[in-house]
Design a protein around this ligand. Structure first.
Ligand SMILES: [Fe+2]
Length: 492
C-alpha cells in the first residue's frame, strides 16, 4: 500500500477513534504563533462568518505535485479535534494555484471552532481558529478594522497586534490589501522598504498570484488570518490604482489589455481570499444576530464592470438598488457600512471623487424607514478619522448632536503613509495621519465606541513590533447619533 495513504488513513482513524471517546473539554485556543508545517507554507484562513457557516481557506505547497489533489478539512470544537462537527474533502490543483476555498456549514451560531486540513500525503496544516456569527439576541460585538497594507512600506505590526487580540468577532479589511506596484528599479514604485515578489508591477495572473503568496508569507498577516475570520471588501490596488471606465491611472499601454488584467486580478483574488465572492460581486451582507448587519460595498464596480447606464451613481445603478433594498430591510440595531473612502461631507472628499451629496442622501434616506442606526467604516485615506455625518447641516451642533444622522470611523492604514488633514470642517471630530494601526469597533444595543490603536509611523520600519497605544476613542448613542469623546477604551 502507498505509505502516503496509510498515513492519511491513520489520521482519519485517529479522528474517528477520538470522536466518540471520552476527552476533556478543551476550547479552541491554538497557541501563538503557529510553527511552520510541511506542505502548508501559507497556513490557513477563515472568513465571512454567518450564523451557520464560515469560509475556510488554505493552500498546498505546489512543489512536486501533479495536476490535482484532494484535501480533507475538519472543523471541531476543541483543539485536539476530539469533537469534529463538520468535515469533507475539497479538490485543488494548479488550475486554482493550489488554494482551497470552501464553505463549512451546519455549524452552531456564535461558536468558536478549530479547523485544519490534511493533504494527500498526510501533511496536517496549522490549526486555525474561527468564530461563527451569533444569532438571536446579541448584546456585544467587536471588530478590528484595517485598511491599506502596502508591504513595501513597512512591517505589518498592526496586523500582529490584531492577531494577538482574543476579543474579536471578526476583523474587517476595507481594501488595498495588496498593492500592485514594483520595487525600486523595476518599474513604478510606491514603497521601498521591503522587497516584493515579483519585484515588478503585477499585471498577469501569475504576477497577481505571486503577489498574494508573497503577502501571505508575512508572519503577522498569516497569524491574523489563522486566528480570526476576515470580512473584506476590495478597493483599487487589488487591481490597479485609480480605475476609470476602460482603464486605470496605473495601467499604461505596455501593461497589456485592461480587461485581461482585471480578470487576472479577480481570479487571483478569488483563489487567495477567504471571501464569499459571487462572480465579480463582492457587495454582500453579513448578519450578527439582532445587533448588527455588516453591509459591504464596492466603489470600483462601476469602473471595473461598467453598466450601460450607471445613473452617475457612486456605486452604479445595480449595486445602489441592491443597497437600497438591504438598508430598508435591515432590522438589526446597527447597520455597519463597510466601504472604501470618506463618506461624510468634508472639505476634502468633495475634491477627491468620494461620495457625493446625492449618494450620501440616498443612503441616509434608504435607512430611515427602519429602526437601524448607521455606522460607516472607511478605508483608503491613510489616516484615522471620526466624523459626524450630517443629515441637517444647518442644524449641526457638535455638543448636542443636533443635525447628525450617523457616525463614521476611518481605519487609518497598516503601513501606507498618510498625512494630517486640515480644513475639513467641524464635523470631522478627530483625525490623525501620522500613526499606523487599526480601529476597534465595539457595539452594544446602547452605543457604538470606536477605539483607535496604533504607533508613530516611523515605527513601522522597526523589525521588532512596537507597543501599540490607545490613540483615542469616540462613542455615539443609538437612536441619538453624535460623537462624544471617550476617556478610556471600551471595556472588553
Ligand atoms: Fe491605500
Amino acid at each position: 500500500m502507498d505509505p502516503r495513504l496509510t498515513s492519511r488513513r491513520r489520521f482519519l482513524a485517529g479522528t474517528a477513534a477520538t470522536a466518540g471517546g471520552v476527552v476533556a473539554a478543551v476550547s479552541c485556543a491554538p497557541s501563538t504563533p503557529a510553527r511552520p508545517v510541511p506542505g502548508f507554507s501559507h497556513s490557513v484562513a477563515s472568513g465571512d462568518p454567518q450564523s451557520d457557516s464560515v469560509v475556510l481557506w488554505t493552500r498546498l505547497d505546489p512543489s512536486g505535485r501533479a495536476a490535482t489533489a484532494d484535501v480533507i478539512w475538519e472543523v471541531a470544537t476543541d483543539e485536539s479535534f476530539a469533537r469534529v462537527v463538520a468535515h469533507g474533502t475539497a479538490t485543488t490543483g494548479g488550475f486554482r494555484d493550489w488554494t482551497v476555498n470552501l464553505i463549512a456549514d451546519g455549524l452552531a451560531p456564535g461558536t468558536r471552532y478549530c479547523f485544519r486540513f490534511v493533504d494527500d500525503v498526510g501533511n496536517v496544516s496549522p490549526i486555525g481558529r474561527t468564530r461563527t456569527a451569533p444569532s438571536g439576541s446579541v448584546d456585544h460585538l467587536r471588530f478590528a478594522v484595517a485598511s491599506c497594507s502596502n508591504y513595501a512600506f513597512g512591517n505589518f505590526h498592526a496586523y500582529g497586534h490584531m492577531a494577538r487580540r482574543t476579543d474579536l468577532d471578526a476583523w474587517i479589511h476595507l481594501g488595498d490589501y495588496i498593492y500592485e506596484y514594483a520595487n525600486p528599479g523595476a518599474g513604478e514604485t510606491y514603497g521601498e522598504y521591503r522587497l516584493l515578489d515579483p519585484v515588478h508591477e503585477i499585471r498577469s495572473l501569475s504576477d497577481y498570484r505571486r503577489r498574494y503568496a508573497h503577502y501571505r508569507a508575512d508572519p503577522d498577516l498569516q497569524e491574523l488570518h489563522r486566528l480570526h475570520p476576515m470580512i473584506h471588501v476590495w478597493d483599487d490596488h487589488e487591481f490597479a490604482d485609480d480605475p476609470f471606465i476602460g482603464g486605470a491611472g496605473n495601467h499604461q499601454p505596455e501593461d497589456g489589455d485592461w480587461n485581461q488584467r482585471i480578470a487576472a486580478a479577480l481570479q487571483a483574488y478569488s483563489e487567495w481570499m477567504p471571501t464569499r465572492l459571487d462572480g465579480n460581486r463582492i457587495f454582500r451582507t453579513l448578519r450578527f444576530g439582532d445587533l448588527a448587519t455588516i453591509v459591504g460595498v464596492d466603489r470600483q464596480r462601476r469602473f471595473l464592470w461598467p453598466e450601460a447606464d450607471d445613473g452617475d451613481l457612486y456605486l452604479g445603478r445595480e449595486q445602489f438598488d441592491w443597497l437600497d433594498t438591504q438598508l430598508a430591510a435591515t432590522t438589526t440595531e446597527w447597520t455597519v457600512l463597510a466601504q472604501q473612502t470618506t463618506f461624510g461631507a468634508t472639505g476634502t472628499n468633495r475634491r477627491s471623487g468620494g461620495w457625493g451629496d446625492a449618494d450620501r442622501g440616498r443612503v441616509l434616506s434608504s435607512l430611515a424607514p427602519s429602526a437601524s442606526d448607521l455606522v460607516v467604516l472607511t478605508g483608503d485615506i491613510h489616516r484615522f478619522h471620526a466624523i459626524d455625518i450630517l443629515e441637517a447641516p444647518d442644524a449641526y451642533d457638535r455638543l448636542t448632536g443636533a443635525g447628525v444622522g450617523a457616525v463614521e470611523f476611518a481605519a487609518g492604514s497598516v503601513t501606507s503613509p498618510g498625512g494630517n488633514s486640515s480644513g475639513d470642517g467641524p464635523q470631522v471630530r478627530w483625525t490623525s495621519g501620522d500613526q499606523r494601526g487599526y480601529v476597534l469597533v465595539d457595539l452594544t444595543a446602547e452605543r457604538v465606541q470606536a477605539d483607535f490603536f496604533g504607533f508613530p509611523d516611523p515605527e513601522k520600519l522597526l523589525a521588532r513590533r512596537p507597543a501599540e497605544r490607545w490613540l483615542g476613542g469616540f462613542t455615539s448613542d443609538r437612536s441619538s447619533p453624535g460623537l462624544r469623546q471617550a476617556f478610556r477604551p471600551a471595556p472588553g
